[in-house]
Write a protein that binds this ligand. Structure first.
Ligand code: FES
Ligand code: FES
Length: 151
């Protein structure tokens, strides 16, 4: 099976996909884009969050074939190469990155939140990030990072 889609603004083609392959697998294993993390592969943790045609999705739950002809943006596509997005800087500055496994998904989810709502309340931040699990930080630093990014 062949997949043709746009990834981080560039047209990409991938050959030899098997039918059940996930978009996450294609990104990580076939296109060398390891930013999206594979932590549960069941849609439970948000570590694999990407945009698909502008909507936030768990790429582990998207069959690669569903991305045919569509526009995918991963955490690598949020800022120009060699640069950090202000949200990434805010996570670093707030100390919201420990092992970092959840961080790419949180960055993409925060990007989505702030695009929709530039000044979210704490309740709105918690709701928007409810699908993103972190095993390290206790979430307070993550909330600080989102507040900082919003400011
Ligand atoms: S790896 Fe996709 S939601 Fe956990
Ligand atoms: S920083 Fe380790 S899982 Fe979130």
């Amino acid at each position: 099976m062949r997949l043709s889609c746009t990834i981080n603004g560039e047209p990409r083609e991938v050959d030899g996909l098997w039918e059940g392959e996930s978009l996450l697998y294609v990104l990580r294993e076939r296109l060398s884009l390891p930013g999206s993390k594979n932590a549960c592969e069941q849609g439970e943790c948000g570590s694999c969050s990407v945009y698909l045609d502008g909507s936030l999705v768990c790429s582990c739950l998207v069959a690669a074939g569903q991305a045919e002809g569509r526009d995918v943006v991963t955490v690598e596509g949020l800022a120009p190469e060699e640069d950090l997005h202000p949200i990434q800087n805010a996570f670093l500055e707030a100390g919201a990155v420990q092992c970092g496994f959840c961080t790419p998904g949180l960055i993409v989810a925060t990007h989505d939140l702030l695009a929709r709502n530039p000044s979210p309340s704490d309740a709105e931040i918690r709701e928007a990030l409810a699908g993103n699990l972190c095993r390290c930080t206790g979430y307070e630093k993550i909330l600080d990072a989102v507040r900082l990014a919003a400011s």
